[in-house]
Design a protein around this ligand. Structure first.
Ligand SMILES: CC(C)(COP(=O)(O)OP(=O)(O)OC[C@H]1O[C@@H](n2cnc3c(N)ncnc32)[C@H](O)[C@@H]1OP(=O)(O)O)[C@@H](O)C(=O)NCCC(=O)NCCS
Length: 205
C-alpha cells in the first residue's frame, strides 16, 4: 500500500492525539527524506558513479614530514586488510616499499584528502609510459561516499600528466567492491599476473 493512503486510513481510524503523533512522524520523515535525497541522488545517478560533490574536494598530496602521522591513521577493517596490504597502517607499507623494494625510489607515496582531511593513501609509480597503482585504501569511516572513485580520477589525471599511456593495478578475486569501482572508472581486466592477482588496466587517450 502507498504510504500516504496508509497514513490517511490510520488518521480516519484513530483519535485526535494519535493523529497528531502520526502527523508529526510523517513531518519528521518528510524532513529527513528532503535532507538525505540530494546525497543519495548524487551517489546514484552520476556518470560512471562519479560523485561530483566528492570529486570537487578530493585531492592528492605526497606523504611528507608534514602529514605522515595523519597518513598512518588511515585504517581499513580487519576483513578488508588482506585485500590491500599485509599490515596496517597501509601507509607504513607504502612508505616501506619506497625505501626497501627494488625501484621503490620511483614510488610516489600519496595521501588522499577530502576537504583537507586526510582520509586515504595510495602508492603510484610512473615507468616507461606506464603507471602502476598499489595499496589504495580509504579509511573505513570514509568509505562509500564517492571518495575512492574521486581519488582514482585524480590518480588517473596525475598519471596522464606524467606522460603515461596506461594505468595498471591488481585487484584481489574477492574484492568485488574495488572491481566495481575500477570497472565504473573504465578499467578492464587483462588477465592474471604471474603468481599474482588479476590485473586491470585503463588505456589513456
Ligand atoms: C575499495 C575502496 C578503495 C573504495 O573506496 P570508497 O571511497 O568506499 O569507494 P566509493 O564510495 O567511491 O565507491 C564507488 C562504488 O564502488 C563500489 N563499491 C565500493 N566499495 C564497495 C563495497 N565495499 N562493496 C560493494 N561495492 C563497493 C560501489 O559500486 C560504489 O558505489 P555505491 O556506493 O554508489 O554503490 C575502499 O572500500 C577501501 O579502501 N577498501 C579497502 C581496501 C581495498 O580494497 N583497496 C583496493 C585494493 S585494489
Amino acid at each position: 500500500m502507498h504510504a500516504s493512503s496508509e497514513t490517511a486510513m490510520l488518521q480516519s481510524a484513530t483519535p485526535t492525539t494519535a493523529r497528531s503523533k502520526i502527523a508529526s512522524v510523517a513531518q519528521a520523515t518528510r524532513a529527513s527524506i528532503t535532507r538525505t535525497a540530494p546525497a543519495a541522488l548524487v551517489n546514484h545517478f552520476t556518470p560512471a558513479r562519479l560523485n561530483y560533490a566528492a570529486a570537487m574536494s578530493v585531492r592528492l598530496e605526497l606523504i611528507t614530514g608534514e602529514n605522515w602521522r595523519a597518513a598512518l591513521g588511515v585504517q581499513v577493517s580487519a576483513a578488508q586488510l588482506p585485500l590491500v596490504a599485509d599490515h596496517q597502517p597501509v601507509a607504513l607499507v607504502i612508505l616501506a616499499k619506497t625505501q626497501v623494494v627494488q625501484g621503490g625510489g620511483d614510488w610516489e607515496p600519496l595521501a588522499i584528502l577530502k576537504d583537507d582531511m586526510l582520509v586515504g593513501v595510495v602508492g603510484i609509480v610512473h615507468r616507461d609510459g606506464k603507471s602502476f597503482m598499489e595499496n589504495l585504501a580509504i579509511d573505513q569511516q570514509w568509505q562509500r561516499q564517492g571518495i575512492g572513485s574521486a581519488a582514482v580520477g585524480r590518480i588517473v589525471s596525475r598519471c596522464r600528466s606524467r606522460g603515461s599511456n596506461e594505468v595498471l593495478l591488481t585487484v584481489h578475486d574477492d574484492n568485488e567492491g574495488a572491481q566495481k569501482l575500477y570497472g565504473n572508472q573504465g578499467f578492464e581486466p587483462t588477465g592474471r599476473r604471474p603468481f599474482g592477482d588479476p590485473e586491470w588496466r585503463l588505456i589513456l587517450d
